[in-house]
Design a binder for this molecule. Structure first.
Ligand SMILES: [Zn+2]
Length: 148
């Protein structure tokens, strides 16, 4: 990622920008021009108002070269994104596996809770029966004491 859209200074004072330049070192905005020379007729270039192909002090850059750099940087960015995406996919798969494991654990716990509930209901039923039996025995004992 670090090389994308990076710029580095050079010895002749011109800031070398990757891709299409936006500004010259002198502060002027880069403008797009069409070459009218015999050597490069109709060839596009970005330049400072004071720039020329021979003078290295001011910005002058052929647009076809800038575009090639832009495409190279874009390709690099796409490669990085593809790697990031494959790593993201791996993480996602790991997360899904973990989630499924947790889901099966939750199901197991739900089963256990369900069994506990059944046992609790059974216990309550038995307790009610014992309570009724105790009350019955108490009543019988009282009747025995009263009428015997
Ligand atoms: Zn300039």
């Amino acid at each position: 990622m670090s090389s994308v859209n990076s710029s580095s200074g050079s010895r002749d004072g011109i800031t070398k920008q990757r891709g299409i330049p936006t500004r010259c070192n002198c502060g002027e905005a880069a403008a797009l021009f069409t070459s009218k020379t015999v050597k490069n007729p109709g060839r596009l270039f970005h330049s400072c108002p004071m720039g020329s192909e021979k003078d290295k002090t001011y910005l002058f850059k052929w647009t076809d070269r800038s575009v090639v750099e832009e495409i190279e940087d874009f390709q690099e960015l796409v490669d990085v994104l593809l790697i990031d995406n494959s790593q993201f996919q791996k993480t996602l798969t790991a997360c899904e596996t973990m989630l499924k494991r947790q889901e099966s654990r939750i199901e197991e716990m739900e089963d256990v809770i369900g069994r506990c509930e059944e046992k609790t209901i059974e216990c309550i039923r038995e307790l009610r029966f014992i309570k009724a039996l105790f009350v019955f025995c108490l009543v019988m004992f009282c009747m025995y004491l009263t009428y015997a």
